[in-house]
Design a binder for this molecule. Structure first.
Ligand code: BES
Ligand code: ZN
Length: 873
């Protein structure tokens, strides 16, 4: 019954509800039945009739309707004459014998029963053990389209309504929902009913409710009169204090930045043992994966602190971006996710300036975006999505990282303050309502006086980004732009877009940010005999190629370049070599001259570009891989040994990070001193000295021990996984299990993934470890093929996890014949729900294969000439 429009507009074919009615208010009562894994539901929806019609269609999925009645505009109570379900559209239609009259308000009353499922979608159950006893907690995950599993609903973001929610359950449990409690009353002797206050107008994907045994901590920092709490199952709550404090401060920060009050009476954040994403921004009731919420000052790593801060800041930003003002439909997902991402960096930078998060942005977010968007199988930021299985797939680096990168670029162009003012106007204008991208551009144009719309729309509507080539002919320096593709084979059909490019010209006189170039070619005002660099501070979303001599010159003036510049140069040199626009040896020469580099972010980029060579060369001759290891050792070992591996409390965040990074890569690259130190720490640790391994070294040590390990190390790491000191230690142990290179052990690891030992939310973690080595990569694919049916069943394609499993199990390959094997396996299979991830994995294999074929001789010669390669006779 859903409407399928047939023109070629972006909304054509969109699976949406008919518009004859719209919801106003849901009165909802739910009761989880833990003994049957079902839940009872009872709801009345006030519905406004928009045109004369005799039916109501709303979304349902895996819900049994037990009874339904309609109170008509004139107060008659009638039964539907027909109830039909459409499984493909995920809808149920109630048909009536009377016409519902335009402008009437009718009340649809439905009693139903649903599955309290274990798929982490809709109203689901999470399982955990406490003192040897298995326990359950009922919680929700609605975004993007699973509210329809929890209750019959008009499950589209722009069908906002008010919600009055009640929950029934065991009286000893805690009940939570978006709003605070209105009243509580006993039900029989052992149960209670809790009714929550009515929500403001909001979208269905933000509705949340939880029933379970929960304990909490509350933030000591007072934010207005709004209590900010972190809830977990008992025993974990004290580790939520850090997140609670940051959340209270972040709420205040956002409230002040936007000039818009946080409108709800409370903020609860809950750690859930089974959770598909990292966290979910439900209004007033944010849910989290445990690792992304809990932080232990003594036992957690710096990276955990960073991640928890980022996630908390991100979900709180959504309380404005997304919850208060919501995307109109899912093709504008970026409005939610890019903003929350951008704001989370801004927020972390505000509270922790010494973390230098914007320096980190270039190597992390921007590169992540450029890598994915360098594939033909990428998609524009704004992409028509029509069906539920397509919507799930766009929660990716394009919506998050490319989107936030273009916002950073835009904020830089307009000035951050102007940008935030425009954004705040936009939020206010569409409060408790929905908006499209054009509305944002309008507000920003208004405050800035610049034509934001025509500049930015190319960036959001077109796929990809340009490669800017800097051509030097005599004293004339010209820029030329063409599409960048990682496979290097840009055809005219790929290269139709001319992007507006912020040149960002850096010279000895400073950074000139006024040049915007929106033609194929552009002459820049520079003296070719002096220092210059394009894309100053890597503010723009593009890559730059120079002539070989200019690359060499830039390599020698590191002191004139910011950290952002240096990270960007290394990244571009790396990506250009993958695609064949420059030689891999250009990258090798550049980084081998930067031994004295001091920034952890530049080191991180250098090391990941070297790691990318190693993984593309995975199935090549061992001597070359050994030589790359020797080069890495040469770069990092002395520095790692000099910095050492003990951490003082007074040491800066960045110094600690650098120490951890260099230790890990020296260990990986086979430095003997570091290896023996790591071994000793691990032995002492296993013998009971829990302080022997500093948290910041833990992941590298576990990985290294596993990669060389056998039976004993396997047992040791499994036992750490089972009895961890902290959540992040548990995950580090789990990831390391994929590093074993002994196929017999790896098979045991894989069986842990399917026998219930490892939660399905965590399956991808050991797979990540396996994808880093040859035996692992081969076994992963074999395993995926053999277990396909099981995996497909366990991780239904409507949820996003199957896609990441497919990617992890295939994208480690590097050769043409392996590409064909993957293609062959999926031929004739239904790839709905992960087709995009699969296409991206295939293209990644293709680009590696092309890269190795093109550059292997060149790389080998360079390594030999520089004394790293020792040929076996
Ligand atoms: N809205 C998302 C959660 C989500 C993701 C729901 C995918 C449905 C499908 C949430 O705000 C989010 O983006 N979470 C991120 C964390 C963030 C710090 C990038 C996540 O889950 O990783
Ligand atoms: Zn988000």
């Amino acid at each position: 019954m859903a409407e399928h429009q047939s023109n070629s507009s972006p909304t054509a074919g969109r699976q949406v509800l008919p518009t004859n009615v719209k919801p106003l208010h849901y009165y909802l009562t739910l009761e989880p039945l833990f003994d049957r894994f079902k839940f009872n539901g009872d709801e009345t929806i006030d519905v406004k009739v928009q045109e004369d019609s005799d039916y109501i269609t709303l979304h349902t999925l895996e819900i049994d309707i037990l009874d339904s009645t309609l109170t008509t505009g004139s107060g008659d109570i009638i039964k539907p004459i027909g109830i039909t379900a459409d499984l493909d559209d995920q809808t149920t239609t109630f048909k009536f014998s009377e016409t519902l009259k335009k402008d009437d308000i009718v009340n649809l009353h439905i009693k139903f029963i649903g599955d309290l499922n274990d798929k982490m979608a809709g109203f689901y159950r999470s399982t955990y053990e406490e003192n040897g006893e298995v326990k359950y907690l009922a919680t929700t995950q609605m975004e993007p389209t699973d509210c329809r599993r929890a209750f019959p609903s008009f499950d589209e973001p722009n069908l906002k309504a008010k919600f009055s929610i009640s929950l029934i359950g065991d009286k000893k449990f805690t009940f939570l929902s978006n709003m605070d409690v209105k009243e509580e009353s006993p039900v029989g002797s052992s149960r209670k009913k809790v009714t929550f206050n009515t929500t403001p107008l909001m979208s269905t994907y933000l509705v949340a409710f939880i029933v379970g045994d929960l304990a909490y901590v509350e933030s000591k920092y007072k934010f207005n009169n709004v209590p900010v709490r972190v809830y977990t199952t008992p025993g974990y709550e004290s580790k939520g204090q850090y997140a609670a404090e940051l959340a209270a401060r972040a709420l205040e920060y956002y409230e002040q930045s936007f000039g818009i009050k946080y409108p709800l009476p409370k903020m609860d954040m809950v750690g859930i043992h089974d959770f598909s994403a990292g966290a979910m921004e439900n209004w007033g009731l944010i849910t989290y994966r445990m690792v992304d919420l809990l932080y232990d000052e003594e036992k957690s790593t710096l990276d955990t602190r960073l991640r928890v801060s980022e996630v908390v800041a991100h979900e709180l930003a959504h309380q404005w971006f997304g919850n208060y003002c919501t995307l109109d439909f899912w093709d504008s997902l970026w409005l939610n996710e890019s903003f929350a991402t951008y704001m989370s960096w801004k927020c972390c930078n505000h509270f922790y300036p010494d973390w230098k998060v914007w320096e980190n942005f270039v190597g992390e977010s921007l590169q992540y975006a450029l890598t994915l968007d360098g594939l033909r199988s990428s998609h524009p930021i704004e992409v028509p999505v029509k069906r539920a299985d397509e919507i799930n797939q766009i929660f990716d680096a394009i919506s998050y990282e490319k989107g936030s990168s273009i916002l950073r670029m835009l904020a830089n162009w307009l000035g951050e303050d102007v940008f935030i003012t425009g954004v705040s106007n936009y939020l206010k204008k569409h409060s408790y309502s929905n908006a499209k991208t054009a509305a944002l551009w309008e507000s920003l144009s208004e405050v800035s006086g610049k034509d934001v719309q025509s500049t930015m729309k190319i960036w959001t509507e077109k796929v990809g980004y340009p490669l800017v080539s800097v051509n030097e002919a005599g004293s004339k320096v010209t820029l030329e732009q063409h599409r960048f593709l990682t496979t290097g084979d840009v055809k005219p059909a790929d290269d139709k877009t001319v992007y507006p490019i912020f040149v960002g010209l850096k010279t000895d006189d400073g950074l000139n940010e006024s040049l915007v170039f929106d033609k194929r070619t552009f002459e820049i005002p520079v003296d070719e005999n002096k220092f210059f660099k394009v894309n100053g501070d890597s503010n723009g979303v593009y890559r730059v190629n120079y002539e070989p001599e200019r690359w060499q010159k830039l390599g020698k003036v590191a002191s004139k370049l910011s950290v952002e510049d240096r990270v960007g140069l290394v990244a571009d040199a790396g990506a250009l070599s993958v695609a064949g626009f420059s030689k891999t040896t250009n990258l090798l020469s550049l980084v081998s001259g930067w031994k004295s580099e001091s920034s952890v972010f530049v080191w991180d980029e250098i090391l990941s570009r070297l790691a990318a060579i190693k993984s593309a060369w995975l199935f090549e001759d061992e001597t070359v891989k050994e030589a790359i290891k020797a080069l890495t050792r040469d770069l990092v070992a002395d520095k790692a040994n000099k910095l050492g591996w003990s951490f003082g409390k007074e040491e800066s965040f960045l110094d600690q990070k650098l120490k951890g990074l260099l230790f890990g890569s020296a260990l990986n690259a086979g430095d003997k001193t570091v290896i023996s130190a790591a071994k000793k720490m691990f032995t002492d640790y296993v013998a009971g000295d829990k302080a022997a391994i500093h948290p910041n070294l833990r992941a590298s040590i576990f990985n290294n021990i596993a990669s060389k390990g056998g039976e004993k190390e396997f047992k040791d790491l499994v036992s750490i996984y089972e009895n961890p000191q902290s959540m992040d230690e548990k995950i580090a142990a789990l990831r390391s299990l994929g590093r074993f290179e002994d196929p017999v052990i790896l098979k045991r690891v894989l069986s842990l993934l399917l026998d219930g030992t490892v939660r399905s939310q965590d399956i991808y973690i050991p797979l990540q470890g396996m994808r880093s080595h040859k035996v692992g990569v081969e076994l992963l694919f074999k395993w995926m093929c053999e277990k396909w049916e099981t995996l497909y069943h366990m991780l239904p394609p409507g949820l996003a996890m199957l896609g990441s499993v497919v990617q992890l199990c295939t994208s480690g390959f590097t050769k043409e014949e392996q590409y064909e094997k993957v293609e062959e396996f999926f031929k004739g299979k239904d790839t709905k729900g992960f087709n995009q991830g699969l296409a991206q994995a295939l293209e990644t294999i293709q680009s590696k294969s092309g890269w190795v074929t093109r550059d292997s001789k060149d790389v080998e010669d360079w390594l030999e000439k520089n004394g790293y390669l020792h040929k076996h006779d």
